[in-house]
Design a protein around this ligand. Structure first.
Ligand code: 26V
Length: 810
């Protein structure tokens, strides 16, 4: 279609006229975005077809990554980059009088995920395609993404994120690939030739229609598929009304509304979970539709079903898609005629599971009754899996009732999804070394004892294409100039940068890039908030979901302390600091929302206090999202990764900051531990309790938050400011919940316990920053080691150690 700038410009003009009837002079950025998007999609289209053709002809093994969330963000820039036409298009657009950056801003940010888990899924898709693996995503096409956050008077307000309002140029509706998913009803059991036959009767049918998004790999013409399912009503009302038992049109409307609600909203709860019928419906909808379509594709290969595990791998991203297991059993037994044992053998050889959290609130459990009513056949299968598993436990550990109660899949009238996932998977992995270790030794100890080879670690990763090449092109350019371009395909070769860490001119260039990125962010903040931040101050950034264990509270309490110090001594010597926050709180998570209000209140006080003389500035950037992250992260000097040790399974923001040259202040938690292993004490600022100590306190007690309050004047002063009238506490009691969580509830996340060590480490940062050469050297060392955290590395391990797949050369 176009391989050089001039042809691109010509085709572009023709399209503009042909499709929109507009000459260049009248085109808006939105027009340019739509035309460009359709050109790129078309260009990818033939590669997409070729890739699928090749997979089919070779009968290559396919991996399907089932996830309730794919936080893919914007696609235009990434697609241009992976297709190798980014620079050509950028220059072509400039010639035509547009800037690519403005055009990119026209794209809705597909926020079909909550945070880390969904973003990881998106990075994995990029790596799968770029490494030429046959790996696809299977998700839900939510009409509304994660809510849009506004800050009004310092409070979080949630607005619906109707991201589909603008046409989505990347998706293709595949009417012909629709399938039917069945809910409710009853199961009839008959015996035929000595075998039991199960028939699902009186069910409510839902039509699942797929929307496919091409996932364009870098450089190799590989295009995989993210297939997102949309729930629609069955189009022949007569059929449905029969099922509903009436002819009432209102009933049909009711049915239609209830069906469509299945793919309407992404659940905004990141960890805390109440059993919601709709969520269970969403999960089964994804699993059933996804599996039916996968098996249809497999069916076209004309192979016996015994071959299925050699041709298809099913990966479940956390327990949310665990119903893939009983659904596959159902299809194999009820539709393909397999007996239990063979169906079980096929299923367990196909399924693998990743655990993303040890927070007990997030471990899914479904009320048995709800499963029984909504999914009667699936319920029977889960019961049978449980009965057989408990039988096995009894023969292995006779008389050990306690162990059986702890491990059973069904317990207390609830289905424990993690237990089901472990029992039916051939691989269970954690997402960082420490996390996997905690799973094996504590959370899932009994299962690890029983299946010692099943548990393994796969440390998370991030795609260096989006998070370095696209988000920080200047830095990527400098890396090219210094070590060549091989690192783009072999990111671990970024280690070659280390030899320049003391090179004065290289240091200067690194510092210059950081300065320009900071300036760009300052301009963005100015345009959004009308406030100027000093690009020569330290940009100290904490952006992630708001949760007590992530301890944004520790960060803001330290800032209050800093404020107190400057008020006491206005000439205090410190490097000016700009603290930047971005965080969404689950709408029902009251404590988290109060912390947002506290951050904004303190920002208001500090930013407007003339005594502070600009030494400290605080910004809460609203609506943190993938595209905002791409602006913020390249501009950060300090990356806050300060979770209570043992609580953050891995973290992936930590890796993005490292790759962009920020230095980490962090606890020994999640993947921070592995970052530290690589860069050492000199290049990271560690503080606080270690995971072992935290877990020990949880187990044996011995921590008293009040002792810290009474023993450390700084802590007492700061906490008292939350509840006594003054600049922060404005005659309301709104921060009392925070105060009580720390003192009356004994500070579950050890904020006060780690306060002193955090403050001390922040002073170290202040001192270290003054030695610019040393600071930049540390920054280079971090960048150099960050290649290990490319998701390319992670995905090749999943491929060889879990899925048993190999690159498919086109
Ligand atoms: C739970 C629920 C419960 C129901 C409502 C929706 C919902 C959505 C997500 C979750 C679990 C969240 C688990 C999660 O995001 N874990 C994060 O996974 C990252 C990728 O592995 C990891 O880097 C983070 O440390 C971990 O917190």
């Amino acid at each position: 279609m176009f391989n050089d700038k001039e042809t691109f410009k010509q085709v572009f003009r023709e399209r503009l006229i042909g499709n929109l009837g507009k000459p260049l002079a009248e085109a808006s950025n939105a027009d340019v975005y739509n035309i460009l998007g359709s050109m790129i999609r078309e260009r990818a289209g033939s590669n997409w077809a070729d890739t699928n053709q090749k997979y089919k002809a070779d009968k290559d093994k396919q991996v399907y990554y089932f996830s309730m969330e794919f936080l893919i963000g914007r696609l235009l820039g990434n697609n241009l980059l992976n297709m190798g036409v980014l620079e050509l298009v950028r220059e072509g657009l400039t010639d035509l009088g547009f800037t690519l950056q403005d055009v990119e801003e026209e794209e809705a940010d597909a926020g079909l995920g909550n945070g880390g888990l969904g973003r990881l899924a998106a990075c994995f898709l990029d790596s799968l395609a770029s490494l030429q693996y046959a790996g696809h995503g299977c998700g839900i096409r939510y009409k509304y993404g994660l809510f849009e956050q506004k800050i009004v008077d310092g409070y979080q307000v949630e607005l619906p994120d109707y991201w589909l309002q603008k046409d989505n140029v990347w998706e293709v509706r595949r009417e012909d690939k629709a399938v039917e998913v069945r809910f409710w009803g009853r199961v009839e059991t008959d015996a035929k030739d000595g075998e039991l036959i199960f028939t699902h009767k009186d069910y409510e049918a839902v039509r699942a229609v797929p929307y496919d998004i091409p996932i364009i790999g870098a450089d190799h013409r590989h295009v995989n598929t993210l297939r997102n399912w949309s729930a629609e009503s069955i189009t022949q009302p007569s059929r449905t009304l029969g099922v509903l038992g009436g002819t009432d049109y209102h009933k049909y409307l009711e049915y239609k509304r209830s069906v469509e609600s299945i793919s309407e909203f992404l659940y905004p709860d990141d960890t805390e979970y109440e059993g919601k019928l709709l969520r269970l419906k969403q999960q089964y909808f994804l699993c059933s539709a996804g599996l039916q379509s996968i098996l249809r594709t497999f069916g076209k290969l004309d192979l016996p079903y015994e071959e299925l595990p050699n041709k298809v791998a099913l990966h479940i991203n956390d327990t949310h898609p665990t119903l893939v297991i009983p659904e596959l059993m159902r299809i194999l037994m009820d539709e393909k005629g397999f007996g239990w044992d063979q169906a079980w053998d096929i299923t367990t050889r196909m399924v693998s599971y990743t655990n993303h959290t040890i927070l007990s609130e997030a471990l899914e459990k479904w009320p048995l009754q709800m499963v029984k009513e909504l999914l009667p056949r699936i319920f029977l299968i889960i019961e049978e899996i449980n009965a057989r598993f408990c039988g096995e436990l009894m023969s292995r550990y006779p008389g050990d009732q306690d162990r059986i109660a702890q491990m059973a899949i069904i317990h207390d009238d609830q289905v424990r999804m993690a237990h089901l996932a472990i029992v039916a998977s051939h691989s269970v992995n954690g997402v960082a070394a420490l996390h996997t270790d905690i799973l094996k030794k504590r959370e899932m100890r009994l299962f690890n004892e029983m299946y010692p080879h099943r548990f393994n670690n796969k440390t998370n990763g991030i795609t260096h294409r989006r998070w370095l090449l696209h988000a920080n092109p200047e830095l990527a350019g400098l890396i090219n100039d210094s070590i060549g371009t091989r690192w783009k395909h072999h990111p671990q070769e970024m280690i070659g940068l280390i030899k320049y860490c003391e090179d004065a001119s290289f240091q200067e260039q690194i510092a210059g890039i950081k300065r320009r990125n900071k300036l760009r962010l300052a301009e963005y903040i100015n345009s959004k908030h009308g406030v100027w931040v000093d690009p020569d101050s330290i940009f100290d950034v904490q952006v992630k979901r708001l949760h007590a264990y992530k301890r944004q509270l520790l960060n803001i309490l330290h800032i209050i302390h800093l404020y107190n110090q400057i008020k006491d001594n206005p000439s205090m010597d410190m490097v000016p600091r700009t603290f930047i926050f971005g965080a969404k709180a689950a709408p029902s998570y009251h404590l988290a929302k109060r912390i947002i209000k506290l951050i904004n209140t303190v920002a208001d006080v500090v930013n407007n206090d003339p005594d502070i003389k600009g030494k400290v500035k605080i910004f809460f950037l609203e609506n943190y999202s993938v595209s905002l992250a791409e602006k913020i992260i390249p501009a950060a000097d300090v990356s806050e990764q300060i979770s209570t040790a043992s609580k953050e399974a891995s973290g992936t923001g930590n890796m993005k900051f490292m790759m962009n040259g920020a230095l980490t202040i962090g606890t020994m938690d999640g993947a921070n531990v592995e970052m530290h292993e690589m860069v050492g004490d000199n290049n990271m600022f560690l503080f606080g309790l270690r995971a072992e100590q935290v877990l020990d306190y949880y187990q044996h007690g011995g921590y008293n938050a009040r002792d810290v309050y009474n023993g450390d004047g700084r802590v007492k002063e700061v906490l008292d400011q939350l509840i006594t009238p003054g600049p922060i506490c404005n005659h309301t009691q709104e921060f009392e919940t925070i105060y009580h969580s720390l003192l009356d509830n004994n500070d579950e996340f050890f904020v006060l316990k780690d306060f002193a060590s955090y403050v001390e480490t922040q002073v170290e940062i202040d001192l270290a920053y003054r030695n610019r050469k040393e600071w930049v050297k540390k920054s280079i060392i971090n960048i150099g080691h960050s290649g290990k955290f490319s998701s390319d590395n992670t995905i090749s391990r999943y491929a060889s150690e879990i899925w048993n797949i190999h690159p498919v050369l086109l």
